[in-house]
Ligand binder design. Structure first.
Ligand code: HDE
Length: 698
């Protein structure tokens, strides 16, 4: 078009059948189904493709209120991400009580068997930013908002039952230490760097948590396979005002399952959203993630007899001391409609409790009671964030708090104070139904900044944890320590850490020292209190408690032109009946023509669907395809990594050259594709016995 000429602008034809956006139903086109596109003021927009310019090739006019409104809103689309737990995924669901705790609490959610309470549960990593990967070695946040009839109760926990520090005063320090280093801006979502280990090696109270964080607990297979823990002791308070201490636990119905470290690292490249996708897809498929709620209940007198202080959040209460009772279940059955409105804007707070649930004096919990509300004020922009739909209680709520940024309620009447006599419907406190704090008798200490003597044992439970693990799990802890400390550039930090390990377990220290290539063991770190030997706690293991099942797991079957149609059908049927999700992988997404002449579409293209995303694989190939794929690195990696990651592999004769190229050996997990029964058995677990053949662990 010539300069200055008048005519049609480049860009999409506004009259064409192009998407016009979803939203308000106020402006229905006469006779049309689709709503009209409008500005936020409700003015119908005629052209959503072109800015208003002085001439077709001239400058854009400031007058273009439609452009300015659209861009301004876009510029403000992000809110500050959470300083910790920025990366998370969430779902709606319900909680159902199966056993009444009426003897211990007046909280209706824990007394009414069979009553369903809506929940919104967000599971997160801690260290990475909101766009970081799902599978780093990290603790997982496990936050549940119960919308009870008596107000919102938030149980904001982790997938590991202890924490790094004993006092809230240290939280900003540990978070600064683990996040990317401030001068260089890396590493993202990883504890494997100097500042983290510098802090940890100077903080002996963190040793128990470090054992958990270096274990396979910190590299979960999916969010459906993790446990959850409230960590702190809380109180249950009954109608008579009597208090019982409680620890909350979530147990996944599918059991606990983790990845291997090598697998987790490869997953970071294969699928950034591995856990989010799994949660989304399982809910879409109707395989609703489910957890049981367990409680450990104990009295003050019982607590006094424990060989540790239960107010110290670096300690668990072994189940041999206080058994776990299952009292309810949580099912997540609905993905959020909008990620930002719900998952991003949800505001959890451990101070959100209901009558009958109260706090303990755990100094970490006490600090948290302040922090969460405070952080929402900056993150969500003001004091009315409780009015955002995801944060609103589902029971009535009314008080005299007024105005403020983004006030959504239109309060009526003259009375916004209490006491008052001008308005009969003005809300009043209710002594009987209302929240009453437990009348605790303070102990006779003096005011001061003092760490209790009873918090001084930093190593006994770390030792108990390590010694309770099965041999492969112990090897993973040792190897994880070697991996992490090998990323630490400062020798004295590495040595200081090994000095702590000596206090935990001499053999562990030796293995890590060997793995790091230290010439000799450094001196042990001075312990504030000599560790004691505690009985083994089998509940901390994963091996043995992992369910042998294909439920919640995925099987990937690699096919190509001419693959055996009958064998494929039989394998798919067997895996699906055992509860697995089955995906077909092929060199082309369009699939391949099978031996019966029919085309089988693929769910994933080989290059982009490596075996790390599956729990077990199968390879069904014609003789020609087997030879061809033996020269294809993606196919070779597919089988080589399945072997290295201790997965079951079913194969037919045609796949033999590919297995050979991938150096796949022989064991109980390498199964003839015709023997579906043997394959399902092998696929329902990991081949732990194979590990020494494929990896030199510390
Ligand atoms: Fe948190 N933590 N935390 N934390 N935490 C936050 O609150 C804090 C701690 C946990 O999915 C923040 O809304 C302090 C222990 C979860 O939105 C912040 C201390 C446990 C989530 C905060 C702790 C947790 C958070 C950041 C030490 C396990 C994510 C954003 C005293 C029992 C919730 C936000 C979600 C989030 C503070 C320690 C769990 C800054 C000061 C221990 C699951 O307020």
């Amino acid at each position: 078009m010539k300069p200055g000429s008048v005519g049609r602008r480049a860009g999409a034809d506004p009259d064409a059948d192009a998407p016009r956006g979803e939203g308000g139903e106020l402006h229905q086109q006469a006779g049309g189904e689709r709503p009209q596109l409008t500005t936020n003021m409700g003015v119908v927009i005629a052209d959503n493709q072109n800015s208003l310019t002085s001439t077709p090739r001239g400058p854009t006019l400031l007058e273009d209120f439609i452009l300015r409104e659209k861009i301004t809103h876009f510029d403000h689309e992000r809110i500050p991400e959470r300083i910790v737990h920025a990366r998370g995924s969430a779902a709606h669901g319900f909680f159902e009580l199966t056993k009444s705790l009426k003897k211990y609490t007046r909280a209706r959610i824990l007394t009414e068997v069979g009553e369903r309470t809506p929940v919104f549960t967000r599971i997160s990593t801690v260290a990475g930013g909101s766009g970081s990967v799902d599978t780093p070695r990290d603790v997982r946040g496990f936050a549940v908002k119960f919308y009870t009839k008596e107000g919102n109760w938030d149980l904001v926990g982790n997938n590991i039952p202890v924490f790094f520090i004993q006092d809230a005063m240290k939280f900003p320090d540990i978070v600064h230490a683990v996040k990317m280093e401030p001068d260089r801006g890396y590493p993202q979502a990883s504890a494997a760097h100097d500042t983290f280990w510098d802090f940890i090696s100077l903080t002996p109270e963190s040793m128990h948590k470090i054992m958990w964080a270096m274990s396979d607990r910190a590299i979960p297979r999916s969010l459906r396979f993790i446990e959850g823990f409230g960590i702190h002791s809380f109180r249950l308070v009954n109608e008579e005002g009597k208090s019982t201490f409680v620890k909350f636990h979530w147990r996944p119905k599918l059991g606990v399952q983790s990845t291997l470290w090598d697998e987790a690292m490869k997953l970071q490249a294969a699928d950034n959203d591995f856990h989010r996708r799994d949660l989304f897809e399982s809910i879409q498929a109707g395989n609703f993630p489910e957890w049981e709620l367990g409680v450990q209940l104990f009295t003050e007198e019982e607590a006094d007899a424990f060989p540790f202080d239960h107010l110290d959040p670096t300690k668990i209460i072994p189940e041999s001391l206080v058994p776990l009772q299952m009292v309810g279940r949580m099912v997540l059955d609905r993905w959020p409609d909008n990620f930002f409105a719900e998952t991003e804007q949800v505001a959890y707070c451990p101070a959100n409790v209901v009558p009958g649930i109260d706090f303990s004096n755990d100094p970490l919990l006490q600090g948290r009671l302040f922090s969460y509300l405070d952080t929402q004020l900056i993150r969500l922009g003001g004091p009315n964030f409780h009015q955002i739909p995801i944060n609103q209680p589902k029971c009535p709520f009314a008080n005299h708090q007024r105005d403020g940024h983004m006030q959504m309620q239109v309060h009526k009447g003259r009375v916004n104070y209490e006491p008052s006599s001008l308005q009969d419907d003005s809300p009043r406190a209710d002594m009987k139904a209302g929240y009453r704090s437990f009348a605790e008798q303070p102990d006779d200490g003096v005011k001061g900044r003092v760490r209790p003597e009873s918090f001084a044992d930093h190593y006994s439970q770390a030792r108990m944890f390590f010694r309770s693990l099965e041999a492969p799990e112990q090897a993973h802890v040792a190897s994880a320590l070697v991996f992490e400390l090998s990323k630490v550039e400062t020798p004295k930090v590495r040595e200081r850490m090994v000095g702590h390990l000596i206090n935990i377990d001499q053999s562990l220290a030796q293995r890590v020292a060997d793995g790091l290539g230290l010439d000799a063991l450094p001196p042990a770190q001075k312990a504030a209190m000599a560790p004691i030997d505690m009985p083994a706690a089998p509940e901390v293991r994963i091996i043995g408690r992992m369910r042998e099942t294909l439920k919640g797991r995925a099987v990937g079957i690699l096919i190509d032109e001419g693959s055996d149609a009958a064998a494929l059908k039989a394998l798919v049927k067997a895996a699906q009946s055992a509860g697995a999700t089955v995906k077909i992988v092929a060199p082309k997404l369009g699939g391949a023509v099978l031996s019966d002449g029919k085309k089988q579409p693929a769910d994933g293209q080989l290059q982009g669907t490596p075996s790390v995303v599956f729990d077990a694989v199968a390879v069904l190939l014609s003789e020609a395809a087997g030879k061809k794929l033996a020269k294809d690195s993606a196919a070779v990696d597919f089988v080589a990594f399945a072997w290295a990651h201790l997965k079951a592999i079913a194969h037919d004769a045609g796949a033999a050259p590919l297995l050979k190229a991938g150096n796949v050996g022989k064991d109980a997990g390498i199964v003839d594709a015709g023997d579906t029964q043997a394959y399902i058995k092998a696929a329902s677990t990991r081949q732990w016995a194979r590990e020494p053949k494929v990896r030199n662990l510390a």
